[in-house]
Design a protein around this ligand. Sequence first.
Ligand code: FES
Length: 106
Amino acid sequence: MSDWTTVCPVDELPPGTHRVVDVDGAQVAVFNIEGQFYAIEDVCTHDGGILTGGPVEGDQIVCPRHGARFCIRTGAALTPPAFEATASFPVRVEQGGIQVRDDRWD
Ligand code: FES
């Protein structure tokens, strides 16, 4: 089972913001959506673009390359040209710090 990776203190990721961390080689984007933390892989399943250059609209992020939308809460692809979900990861708060874990290989 992989270890938890600390992202940052809770107060450094206020609602409406996100940051990207390296989790065992995977680029993981951690978002604060209305006080809840969510993490998805920072990769568009259409053509491998980096998602975090695109706008965040509510709980969705729009890929800056060709405009596919993904649900930040689940990683689901919501609009073409992406059809497969991007990975989503568990997030927890431990002693005031946000932590994320890549559980795909457990
Ligand atoms: S790489 Fe994201 S929509 Fe094409």
